[in-house]
Design a protein around this ligand. Sequence first.
Ligand code: TPP
Length: 555
Amino acid sequence: MKKNGASIIIESLIQNGVNTVFGYPGGANIPIYDALYGHQGIRHILTRHEQGAIHAADGFARATGKLGVVFATSGPGATNLVTGLANAYMDSVPLVAITGQVPTHMIGNDSFQEADIYGITVPITKYNYLVKDVSKMGQIMAEAIHIATTGRPGPVLIDVPKDIQDMSAVYGKYDVRLPSYKPNVKGNTMQINEAIKAIDTARRPVIYAGGGIITSSAVKELVSLSRKGNIPVVLTLMALGSMPSEEDLNLGMVGMHGTKYANLAVRECDLLIAVGARFDDRVTGNPDNFAQDAKIIHIDIDPAEIGKIKQVEIPIVGDAKTVLGIIAEKVKSQPRKEWVEKIKKYKKDYPLKYKHSDKKVIKPQQVIEAVNDVIDGDAIFVTDVGQHQMWAAQYLKLKESRTFISSGGLGTMGFGFPASIGAVIGRPDKTVINITGDGSFQMTIQEMATAAHYKLPIKVVLINNGFLGMVRQWQQLFLGKRYSYTDLGESPDFVKIAEGYGVKGIKIEKPDEVKPAIEKALKHDGMVLLDFRVEREENVMPMIPAGGSIETIME
Ligand SMILES: Cc1ncc(C[n+]2csc(CCOP(=O)(O)OP(=O)(O)O)c2C)c(N)n1
């Protein structure tokens, strides 16, 4: 059957199980929006900014495990997607972005709202296309979705000139055959056997789990390997939630703001089993000193990650779930009593801690603890970037995967609130809580209009310290308190802003009001913005300074 390019886009999405799209229209994608008009198969969420749309699509993908899809027009619409694409690329999120482009014959003429989004996004997408022939539209859609969602997931951009959207072609069924793209899922048997032998003979092994555990749904396999071999687990920011916080052998986050016991375990291990993790500098500090006495097994679906930062003795290219499944089944069950006792002692001796306030000022950590008390891990938490993000990562109690959503690799302020929109659209059965800072929230604050319009019951926990807190912390610790342009000055009236957008706002200034306010917000049907005025100069501890190691830890 013949369809125009715009309808082919919509039909391919539906055929591939996509029923939710986030986006923003403009001159160059009018035909795509026209194809959507009155369409029953796809729900389109209109945000207030393209950055909001792409972070929402990203949050939707992270919360559900499904593909996120975003539409934007040419020029400024497309360039507004750049941060979101880079964000999804760094965190391996499956996303397809479809941008309108000026008509084919006008490309290269500096036409109105023309930007070479194909060229701009080459380094921040897994793959990208400029469609020049409508007869390829169906095939390109099938390929793009396949590439975005398989192997190591990532964002794919398809730039579609307006005339291609209007032209017609036959639309059928498409096989994806990409000879040069074949992710290796199974892993090499000899290397897997070598890994099993190394685990069986290790006395002090540690599993270093990354976001790949969540992407490949390897949670069960991870927990089973840890329990069977009595192997402690340290998690990256991206892997939080992949092992229940309550699990004894879960040592929480590792790295710059990780727990001291997680970092000590890595320092002392004789075998590091890295799975779906990429030895990011916020984890390793100085890579030479990271797990310096350990043999390293590295399991990753992306061969480019292996050996990139750290020399590895046993490389395994494969899917985390498949490979861990085999390893967990075959390793010997071992008590490893001495090692486990040592870890338990570290956990007891070096707990996360902060000075409780004199009852007059709210401590940010106390807000997160109150969230735990009220929610008991039964929510999806979405953070922004800064101190509040690290406190959330340290203190939140989590029960299952896909319940901690955060911008890890790019560290994008302004990600959290729109990503919460995506999360709540994808998981309407869950309470969605955005933990944010006054700096981050103001970067995409306009999306409150989207939340109000679609009646999305997001609860925003705003840790308001009046500072760009994380930068201020570095200025305090390393630059002798030279607070250069990090003081945000007088806070705006967030309650009034919330009310202006048609949602509820509550300002909280006293420690004993913290918990009741969270309870009240949860009882309220719609969105609530909780503006917690907290201690202005609290620091995130422990901290291993950039490029440092456990020896340089600040507590
Ligand atoms: C888009 C963007 N710009 C700048 C930064 C650098 N940066 C990292 S954390 C931070 C401060 C964040 O402030 P806020 O959101 O208020 O959170 P807090 O650290 O106070 O909890 C800044 C400016 C960033 N990560 N992202």
